[in-house]
Write a new protein. Sequence first.
Length: 185
Amino acid sequence: MRERVPPGQRVVDKLPVLHYSDIPHIDIKEWRLKIYGLVSKELSLTYEELLKLPQKEFRCDVHCVTGWSKLDTFWEGFEVSEIIKLSKPLENAHFVMVHSADGYATNLSLEDFSKGFFAMKMSGKPLPPEHGYPLRLVVPHLYFWKSAKWVTAVEFIAEEKPGFWESRGYHIRGDPWKEERYSEI
């Protein structure tokens, strides 16, 4: 088990609930996932349209910058590659900014983003509001702040820009195996 737990982490039994703001109220009839920026095709997808994408089950470990790790989390949803295929990012799109309903945003390289998935269910049930309903990005190989809750948009960009926590001193990438918790600045 230790080989699954990065340095400085402790294993927890339940997935903690952490976020900087209140849980936003989302009207699923009005909610859309917007894909824009440096793409060949901008998209505005409804929840129902996302359910029609190839759905998969994902089991992964997640690691929080605050020092906890939850092993074997179970999610259902679709791979990020589905969004990439539909939107066709332009050659100069090297990064993404993932935006959330509460004003939160996090940055990722296109390479890191492409290794993630979008969760619509958790532990066999619809994603609960405190864990990001209706849509949560999960990027298991990075600290969990990169796994944005309540996702409303993915913006493809050319240059790296810091997101919410990155502009407040967190590391620009957040690799738990390298303990990239905070920036050097």
